[in-house]
Design a protein around this ligand. Structure first.
Ligand code: SF4
Length: 347
């Protein structure tokens, strides 16, 4: 049997029962694939169900307010995914009359849809022969063919895409793609591939080499940056203040307490001397300050945040807070906040 037939046969016997399987609606495939990027299936499933219930089609998503879409995304991270889903739903309404485009190139031109997601949509729904190449597929292919080209390079991406295309059964592109992804997720896993009971064992060069875990190879050139966040949870008679993040940075459009960011760790005395701290609170009268959480480590891709939360009871409301959104302390749960703030709020 060919590799593709073996994978499809394995898939028929072992696939998980997931709510986006056996679905032919490109909208549903699209949102499930976007949610599953950077998110484990167990966690993503609940988000998917809630999201699909509230926004069952392109129109309902396009007509929603961005704040509500972000609220449904809260805790999933990589919030640009939600903003792009929303923007793209609007574009599909305007440009395609609410009908999902069927051409691979058109799908790929939509905001937030890369080669992987475009291939998943057009192959799962219309069996178009475009290979999906995600982390699972990289791993399976690199082991099967003992390929040591680093997967995080342009050359690697090209080689793997060609290889993925060459082993695909073009008449069963959707099934093949789903099968190889599921095989990577369940059988040929990162740390414990089940080689003993693997239907591809006799064809697997990684297994034959005796070191399947050596594959895939990464070049790993990305550097990690440390950032230090000092949040000011300012309160006055049950009121508090939030800002909406608007810069081209993490968590765009989410809400947070006034933030002072530094490049190195600082203590509270040093923090008080910062110009933005003084500008914000110099007219707030006597301050009653407590440290609620300090040095919480929050790891994102390519950056590590160290966050400290100060609760600051003020004596009067300074004019500087007019640039923030004033809310009652209880209303904060209505706002989409980053996971880091949610950790603080849940304490
Ligand atoms: S034999 Fe092991 S390494 Fe090779 S495909 Fe199967 S599970 Fe993966």
């Amino acid at each position: 049997m060919e590799i593709s037939d073996i994978l499809i046969d394995w898939y028929g016997k072992n696939k998980r029962d997931l709510p986006w399987r056996e679905v032919s609606d490109p909208y549903i495939i699209w949102i499930s694939e976007i949610i599953l990027q950077q998110t484990r299936v167990v966690q993503g499933k609940d988000y998917f169900l809630r999201f699909a219930e509230r926004f069952p089609d392109i129109q309902s998503l396009a007509e929603a307010h961005e704040d509500e879409v972000l609220k449904y995304w809260e805790g999933l991270g990589y919030y640009s995914r939600a903003r792009n889903l929303h923007a793209t739903a609007r574009r599909i309404m305007e440009q395609y009359g609410g009908k999902f485009p069927t051409e691979y190139k058109e799908v790929l031109s939509l905001k937030g849809i890369g080669e992987y997601t475009a291939a998943a949509i057009v192959s799962f729904v219309w069996d178009q022969p475009y290979p999906v190449v995600d982390g699972n597929v990289f791993r399976v292919l690199s082991r099967l063919f003992a390929l040591d080209t680093p997967i995080d390079t342009g050359k690697g991406k090209k080689e793997y895409t060609e290889l993925a295309t060459s082993i695909m059964n073009p008449g069963k592109a959707g099934l093949h793609n789903q099968a190889i992804m599921e095989f990577g997720a369940l059988q040929c896993t990162p740390q414990n591939p089940n080689c003993m009971f693997c239907p591809l064992q006799s064809k697997c060069m990684g297994y034959a080499s005796g070191s399947p875990l050596f594959f895939p190879v990464k070049q790993n050139k990305t550097k990690t940056r440390n950032r230090y966040f000092y949040y000011l949870h300012i309160t006055y008679r049950g009121r508090t203040w939030l800002n909406r993040r608007s810069n081209k940075d993490i968590w765009k459009s989410l809400y947070e307490f006034p933030l002072i960011e530094t490049e190195i760790p600082v203590d509270f005395i040093q923090l008080q001397e910062k110009e933005n701290f003084r500008q914000l609170l110099k007219e707030a009268g006597k301050l009653s300050i407590s440290v609620e959480l300090s040095d919480v480590k929050h790891v994102l891709s390519h950056q590590i945040l160290y966050a400290t939360f100060y609760k600051i009871e003020i004596e009067k409301i300074p004019a500087s807070l007019q640039s923030c959104i004033e809310i009652s302390n209880d209303a904060i749960n209505e706002y989409a906040v980053p996971r880091l703030l949610r950790i603080y709020l849940e304490k």
